[in-house]
Ligand binder design. Structure first.
Ligand SMILES: Nc1ncnc2c1ncn2[C@@H]1O[C@H](COP(=O)(O)OP(=O)(O)OP(=O)(O)O)[C@@H](O)[C@H]1O
Ligand SMILES: [Mg+2]
Length: 412
């Protein structure tokens, strides 16, 4: 655990970077620091590995004041990843990754073997080993940066906007990769970003900072999105926070209407093939038997956001739940999806009114899982994200990065 106790940093020119910060960074979890440019995120991070010495208060690593630890030794136990990866340009990838093992005096062969192992762990091809950093894409360089930070298997990882220099698609891939790695490695991660989307995607807890490193809110992603501490935090989270909250919750919490209960919804009927896979929706009130695409979701791996998206795309206003073989297992109405968000099923988060639909086809509170939303605590949030990370097909896995307040990345 990393503990900040009244930690502060005042620079010689009088600038206060951070003032009186109290924060606990729990072991084995990802804590994300998010906040506007200049609020002290990098300063905070660097206090942990003594690249910045606090001018007041202290920082403890598992109960020991880091000021009592020899900096070089301290840093070998802490992986550090920065924007643009910060690789040594004149060293091959393999030797970049092996930097810390070399420093630790490992046998060269042993260090390179470890580096090769890490190359694979971060999803890079073995041939990458003998290239130089300039021969890699930005995303590949970031992966090398992560591998280098992990080389000596440090329990703590400090990551300062590690993915902000790459395009949104590559960035989403790197985020998935980090979650996958974390599900295996359980590092104590302190991760800095400008991007609130990234923060809620990665963080077990998210710390929203204001000027001078003051904590505006510390919460798990779901609580943050649904219950911002004040208007300032709400503004920082942006207008889509309700929808983003849906992206954190597993679709498995939705009470489905079983296929056996019939496939008619108003004038629409769901057509299935012999194996039970949806073919499309048929408008029974129309003369033609034209098929309209049946948008579906997979309760086991998708989020409520995907389920709701399927409702919006469906002409019948109902999403089809699919099993791993693409067979329909049930249907979900908009209300059922929104009911899965809240224990009471009464009011959904983010200003979406769950009571607005009086459709007779809804199934709010009728299924055995009607209250499953109550279970969607931080734990299920983590497992959803892991599911997304493992699967990568969720809509959150690609380009839907909703812009949070973004500072300029230039020149830093
Ligand atoms: N060496 C220094 N001397 C004086 N002021 C400094 C120094 N280093 C940082 N600061 C100031 O401390 C404050 C916090 O800086 P820090 O780099 O921690 O911010 P940040 O939150 O990481 O910003 P960004 O998001 O732009 O990276 C800023 O106002 C910055 O100008
Ligand atoms: Mg910074």
């Amino acid at each position: 655990m990393i503990t900040f106790e009244g930690a502060g940093k005042r620079h010689p020119d009088g600038t206060i970077a951070v003032e009186g910060l109290d924060l606990e960074v729990p072991t084995g979890r990802i804590t994300v620091l998010v906040g506007p440019s200049g609020c002290g995120k990098t300063t905070l991070l660097r206090m942990v590995n003594r690249m910045v010495e606090p001018t007041s208060g202290r920082v403890l690593l598992d109960g020991t004041d880091v000021a009592q630890l020899e900096p070089a030794k301290l840093r070998r136990g802490i992986g550090y990843v920065i924007q643009q990866a910060g690789l040594f340009p004149h060293r091959k990838v393999i030797d970049n990754i092996a930097t810390v093992p070399y420093l630790l005096g490992w046998d060269r062969k042993e260090a390179r073997a470890r580096a090769a192992e890490l190359l694979e762990l971060v999803g890079l091809a073995p041939e990458t080993a003998k290239r130089y950093p300039f021969q890699l894409s930005g995303g590949q360089q970031q992966r090398v940066g992560v591998a280098r930070a992990l080389a000596a298997d440090p329990p703590v990882l400090l990551m300062d906007e590690p993915f902000s220099a790459v395009d949104p698609v590559v960035r989403a891939g790197l985020q998935e990769e980090l979650l996958r790695l974390q599900s295996e490695l359980h590092k104590t991660v302190l991760f800095v970003t400008h991007d609130i989307e990234e923060a809620v995607r990665l963080g077990d807890q998210v710390v929203v900072l204001r000027e001078h490193g003051r904590i505006a809110q510390l919460a798990d992603p779901h609580t943050l999105l649904t219950t911002p501490a004040d208007d300032g935090v709400a503004a920082f989270l942006g207008r889509d926070r309700g929808l983003r909250g849906l992206g954190l919750r597993p679709a498995s919490a939705v009470a489905l209407r079983p296929v056996g209960d019939g496939l008619r919804y108003g004038g629409w009927e769901l057509a299935l093939d012999d194996a039970g896979r949806p073919i499309g929706w048929i408008d029974r009130t129309a003369v033609s038997a034209e098929l309209h695409p049946a948008a579906g979701f997979r309760p086991e791996t998708d989020t409520l956001r995907t389920a709701l998206d399927a409702v919006v795309l469906s002409p019948a206003g109902v999403a089809v739940a699919l099993d791993g073989d693409g067979r329909a297992t049930g249907t979900a109405s908009r209300d059922a999806i929104l009911a899965a968000l809240t224990p009471t099923g009464a009011t959904a988060v983010g200003g979406i009114d769950a009571n607005a639909d009086e459709s007779s086809d809804t199934n709010v509170g009728t299924g055995p899982d009607a209250n499953a939303g109550a279970k969607a605590d931080a734990k299920t949030t983590v497992s959803t994200r892991k599911a997304l990370a493992a699967d990568g097909t969720g809509e959150a896995g690609t380009t839907d990065r909703v812009g949070g307040p973004e500072g300029s990345d230039g020149g830093r």
